[in-house]
Write a protein that binds this ligand. Structure first.
Ligand code: TRP
Length: 335
């Protein structure tokens, strides 16, 4: 039997959409891994593969993409002893609770969601899945009774909706079934891509964590710079190479590059790019081997995730049972 603890239950997720890049690393992965290493927390990382299906292109590859995400968290040191990594589609309870939330939430709320309105405004086909997205996300959180949800500011509306939905449900059923979650907004700035726009796969301006070395070299070579010469002093705060470097480099390496840029004596952008590649290799090189190992050994990953999965199954069953009771649903099941 697992002991009752007073740990803060933290749940988060990132939609699996393809190759993992430095923007994902600094904005979501690193903070989550750090939270998992603090024994005061119990972190559940949920890989929302059902959410991925709202991108039509992913309908036939969600499993492949989510396995990459999970292997990345494992390779980078997510602590599994006290925490859990789970796959959304392994928990049918999430769909069930999403329905309960939907039945006490007005359609208007969902119609006002940014993602849905943006899709309509840009003439994209907005599926009912996209409309339902915030309900499913709220259910991810409440099904495991999470207190705290670390997310980027772009998820603020989703978290507001989750709170609203919980309140509506609890009020309608005159119960305390679902726990109202609190967002924990990450305040690190959005990482820019090699062209100076927000780093995003859709702009093709990313630097990947574990991608082929040749591609990383090419991307780093293409990081935009100004035309300051070898011996000119350069302002690190205005240097994209340095900004990107800060998302993963050690304190020492950061200091070194900063000093060299400011001094500028015989240290040009080419040198900074070399240092970048070296540090990238130092930080991610070894982990890449582990990542590839997990990628090729899904059964080993399954074993590693087992304890967390079972613990989360208990949470999900407990909450779902409460929701059924609050709604007065009957059952004729014989087990
Ligand atoms: N909407 C989040 C994103 O786009 C992903 C997500 C799904 C999530 N379910 C979640 C985040 C639950 C936090 C908690 O990145």
């Amino acid at each position: 039997m697992s002991k009752k603890t007073n740990k803060l239950r933290v749940l988060t997720g990132i939609k699996p959409t393809g190759e993992i890049h430095l923007g994902n690393f600094s904005g979501a992965i690193k903070p989550t891994i750090e939270l998992s290493q603090n024994p005061e927390n119990e972190v559940i990382f949920l890989c929302p593969d059902w959410h991925g299906l709202t991108n039509k292109g992913q309908i036939f590859q969600p499993g492949q993409l989510s396995h990459h995400v999970i292997c990345t968290y494992l390779a980078l040191g997510f602590e599994l002893e006290n925490n859990a990594i789970i796959l959304q589609s392994d928990f049918s309870q999430i769909q069930e609770n999403a329905w309960y939330l939907a039945c006490t939430c007005s359609a208007g709320l969902l119609e006002r969601s940014h993602a849905y309105k943006d899709a309509l405004a840009s003439g994209k086909e907005a599926t009912a899945g996209l409309l339902f997205y915030p309900t499913l996300m709220a259910s991810d959180i409440v099904t495991f009774a999470a207190h705290l949800v670390p997310v980027g500011k772009d998820q603020a509306q989703h978290l507001e909706y989750a709170s609203d939905m919980v309140r509506h449900f609890n009020q309608a059923t005159n119960s305390q079934t679902f726990l109202e979650p609190k967002p924990l907004f990450q305040d690190n700035p959005i990482l820019l891509g090699i062209d100076g726009r927000k780093m995003s796969k859709s702009y093709q301006n990313t630097i990947s964590l574990f991608g082929p070395q040749k591609e990383t070299e090419k991307a780093v070579k293409n990081i935009k710079t100004d035309s300051k010469g070898l011996n000119e002093s350069k302002n690190p705060e205005e240097c994209l190479i340095y900004q990107l470097f800060c998302s993963f480099a050690s304190l020492e390496a950061k200091e070194h590059m900063k000093e060299q840029l400011i001094k500028g004596m015989g240290y040009g952008y080419g040198h900074a790019k070399q240092d970048f590649l070296q540090e990238h290799q130092r930080v991610f090189g070894q982990k890449r081997e582990l990542y590839e190992h997990y990628l090729n050994n899904p059964q080993e990953v399954q074993k590693l995730l087992k304890n967390g999965y079972e613990k989360c199954l208990n949470y999900a069953n407990e909450v779902t049972q409460k929701a059924r009771q609050a709604l007065g649903l009957k059952s004729y099941k014989l087990w």
